[in-house]
Write a protein that binds this ligand. Structure first.
Ligand SMILES: [Cu+2]
Length: 198
């Protein structure tokens, strides 16, 4: 049963990026490499994004635009919408997103990852639930505010956390799937630099 569910989740994921991009509304699709790099870097404050590896999704997985020198990778766009939703991810989170873009049935990450989305992002809802596939009939698009994430399969029952955005400011997204993770509605641009931390 677990296996069947994992395959189902995988099929859902397969629809996500390529479909949005094929509909022609992807802002990232028409961007030059330079614009993609600038967009990717806007997901996190400069002390994180400045020396990060830069990647961009295509219809066929994900490609590298610039090699970085720190632990972070910034990806220019996640959802393929008219305004891009870039992310800056640490090592474990990059493994998670790589699995996501390569449509693997579950993330390859072996430790919790941290990722920043300073421009916010998008999700899709149907019948009071966040759904993974934007092409789900009847699903409606909802804007996410600037946030950061802990990418690890958190569970509603085990943690007591909600599974929908709410006033508390945190929730488990994609509850019940291998891609479940913790969403935290705090603006990454307010992150203090290491020098300012006391
Ligand atoms: Cu999320």
């Amino acid at each position: 049963m677990k296996k069947v569910f994992a395959i189902f989740a995988c099929l859902l994921l397969a629809g996500s990026y390529s479909e949005a991009a094929q509909q022609g509304k992807s802002a990232a699709k028409g961007m030059s490499d330079e614009e993609l790099i600038r967009t990717a870097m806007s997901a996190a404050p400069p002390h994180i994004s400045r020396d990060a590896t830069i990647m961009a999704p295509g219809t066929d997985g994900i490609r590298t635009l610039k090699e970085g020198t720190n632990e972070f990778t910034c990806i220019a766009d996640l959802s393929g919408q008219e305004s891009p939703d870039p992310v800056c991810a640490d090592k474990a989170a990059t493994a998670w997103f790589t699995s996501f873009f390569n449509k693997e049935e579950k993330p390859a990450a072996t430790a919790p990852g941290v990722a920043y989305m300073g421009l916010g992002g998008w999700h899709w809802e149907k019948d009071g639930q966040v759904v993974m596939d934007p092409a789900t009939p009847g699903a409606k698009r909802v804007k996410e505010p600037p946030h950061w994430m802990i990418l690890w399969p958190f569970d509603e029952k085990a943690t007591g956390l909600p599974v929908m955005p709410n006033r508390f400011g945190a929730y488990v997204m994609y509850q019940g799937t291998p891609y479940s993770h913790l969403m935290i509605h705090q603006d990454p641009m307010k992150l203090p630099t290491p020098a300012a931390r006391k």
